[in-house]
Structure formats: C-alpha cells, structure tokens
Design a binder for this molecule. Structure first.
Ligand SMILES: [Zn+2]
Length: 146
C-alpha cells in the first residue's frame, strides 16, 4: 500500500495511468467523495483526510462514479476539473453571490494585515473592565469581580 501523501507527489500522468476513458461514464448519484475508499482500494493507496487531496474526474463529468474515470488530484487539479465541468471560479462565485463591489472589497481585505482583528464586535464597558482587571491582577482579581 502506498501512502497517499507520497502517491500525490507522482506526476499527473502517473496518477492517471489506470484510467479507462474509452468506457462510458456511470452515474450512480451522490458525490464523488463517496468513491474515496474504492479509489484507494483500486490504486492501493491510503485514504486521504482533510482537503489537500481530492477525487478528480478525468472524464469532466461531475456526476460520474466510474472508478476508472477518477484519479487522486491536488486542490488546483480539482479546481480545474470543476471549471472544465462547467463550474465557475471562486472569484466568479463571490461576484455572483455578493456583487462586484463587495467581492472587490473582500479581495482587498486579504492583503490588509495590520492586526485590526475583531473590529466588528465593539466591546462593552463591562468587557473592557474585565480585560483591564485581567491584565493588572491576573485571574484571582477577576474571579472576585465575577
Ligand atoms: Zn466518467
């Protein structure tokens, strides 16, 4: 058995060797992530956890569950797969959901890291007092206040 973390380092060609794209798609319903165990069995890898390794469709049919149309891919390969399937980019999705101006603003915020976290929640006077008490006297004093 090959560790999936090592397997994913192989070239895309190596990871697509098993494909049989001359066979027709099989649509069984459900999401392709349900095929993880089956794909791991066929390719003799471990099953990936987290969001670093995806089940990708070489046939560009998102509804397809044919195990020999699926391969282990990286996030960018999965993204490209979705776009090839007629999906939209994250940017297009954000614009569609929030409108262009908000989308631009959301994008801008990513570059702004001046440490103004928790800006949206103004602290009450009570909260500020507790923070001040904690800073000066530690937990004991705060426990008396509460
Ligand atoms: Zn297919």
């Amino acid at each position: 058995m090959i560790d999936i973390e090592e397997y994913i380092l192989l070239s895309k060609e190596e990871r697509q060797k098993h494909l049989r794209l001359d066979e027709a798609c099989i649509e069984r319903g459900g999401q392709s992530m349900y095929c993880k165990g089956l794909l791991a069995h066929i390719l003799d890898t471990t099953i990936p956890s987290g969001k670093k390794i995806y089940v990708c469709h070489a046939c560009h049919n998102a509804k397809c569950s044919h195990p020999y149309h699926l391969y282990w891919g990286t996030p960018s390969e999965n993204r490209q797969d979705e776009i090839d399937n007629g999906g939209i980019t994250i940017w297009e999705r954000t614009v569609a959901k929030h409108g262009l101006e908000v989308a631009k603003d959301k994008n801008k915020r990513n570059g702004n890291t001046n440490g103004s976290g928790n800006k949206g929640n103004p602290k009450s006077e009570e909260h500020k007092r507790k923070i001040a008490a904690n800073r000066k006297g530690g937990r004991k004093k705060n426990a008396l206040v509460a």
